[in-house]
Design a protein around this ligand. Structure first.
Ligand SMILES: Cc1cc2nc3c(=O)[nH]c(=O)nc-3n(C[C@H](O)[C@H](O)[C@H](O)COP(=O)(O)O)c2cc1C
Length: 309
């Protein structure tokens, strides 16, 4: 079974990828989406989205980091893909799932699921632009407002030469509201020859098993569940529903996170609070810590509270 860390803009940034791949046994992770419009992005933009490019395209733990693009311009997607592969990206993923209004208004992300021919064109353009040994994959939702084109899009992606397809088991209209319809991935898994990876609402080992059973996928991608419970992949691999990591291990992870590179202290604190807030759902100790640090604006103070835990 392959376990993949989901791309999540504003959440699975390089620091979070470092921390989560340090603990978890992910097969690979995917960058936050990089929007491609009408130019070839400069190196520094690539290094800021994916500093792992300087480490052979891997996190410090050695987990490959695939670079995700979002856009609708085949020539520019192709040119940027060729460039980022030269910089060291081990694989390219294309985003056909983003529900953001501004992105969709510019014909990017999930809105393209109403145009399977465009989806095909974009995947093919990128596939043709990078060397054969570099996988090109796509990530889609079941559809934009409806599921009329689910299989058309899946075939469009396969026929364009994608190495695999990840499916977030909801339409854009479903947003992020549970449930994820894992069973609706099953016809895709059955129809395609390429591998299909299931995604959406996997928060526990029980969910992972149910998702695999209902989707008929062998492999899964995990997003928010992995941030909320950093040992989720370990639990899934060990077939356990009880935590593998203790709070002390999580304190060390938080210290690692807070010692990461971030542009500004306030930015780092914001990100840390976002993570701690998510962990309060899983750990009572995180709730206690949250009540101490929620108004704190200084990193030193936060570290002090953390070190006392
Ligand atoms: C904050 C946030 C940001 C996201 N950003 C991206 C992104 O950049 N690219 C992408 O393909 N999906 C993105 N997603 C969707 C996730 O990759 C994933 O499909 C979704 O969260 C469902 O999986 P989960 O229930 O395991 O979190 C994002 C989701 C969240 C919550």
């Amino acid at each position: 079974m392959k376990l993949v860390l989901a791309p999540m803009e504003g959440l699975t940034d390089p620091i979070m990828r470092d921390v989560l791949t340090h603990v978890g046994s992910f097969d690979w992770c995917v960058t936050e989406f990089i929007r491609i419009t009408d130019s070839i992005l400069p190196d520094h933009i690539y290094y800021s989205f994916c500093p792992e490019l300087k480490n052979d395209g891997k996190t410090a733990a050695g987990t490959p980091v695939h670079v995700q693009f979002l856009g609708n311009n085949p020539e520019m997607l192709a040119a940027n893909a060729a460039k980022v592969v030269e910089l060291g990206a081990p694989a390219i993923d294309l985003n056909f799932g983003c529900p953001a209004k501004t992105v969709n208004r510019h014909r990017g992300g999930s809105v393209l699921l109403d145009e399977p021919e465009t989806v095909h064109l974009l995947v093919k353009a990128v596939r043709d632009a990078v060397p054969a040994h570099i996988p090109v994959s796509a990530k889609m939702r079941l559809g934009y407002l409806d599921e009329n084109h689910t299989l058309d899009n899946a075939y469009a992606i396969e026929d364009a030469g994608a190495s695999w397809l990840t499916v977030h088991a909801r339409t854009k209209a479903d947003g992020y509201t549970p449930p994820a319809y894992w069973e609706k991935i099953q016809p895709i898994t059955e129809a395609l020859k390429i591998n299909v990876i299931a995604n959406g609402e996997i928060w526990s080992t029980t969910d992972a098993k149910a998702c695999i059973e209902q989707s008929h996928c062998k492999d899964i991608m995990i997003g928010r569940g992995a941030v909320t419970t950093p040992d989720l992949t370990l639990c899934i691999r060990e077939n356990k529903n009880t935590p593998v990591l203790y709070w002390q291990n999580l304190v060390e992870l938080q210290q690692r996170f807070l010692s990461g590179q971030f542009k500004t202290e306030i930015g780092m604190i914001g990100r840390y609070k976002q993570w701690l807030g998510m962990m309060t759902k899983a750990y009572p100790e995180a709730q206690e810590l949250w009540s101490l640090v929620k108004r704190e604006k200084q990193l030193d103070k936060i570290l002090e509270y953390l070190n006392q835990k």
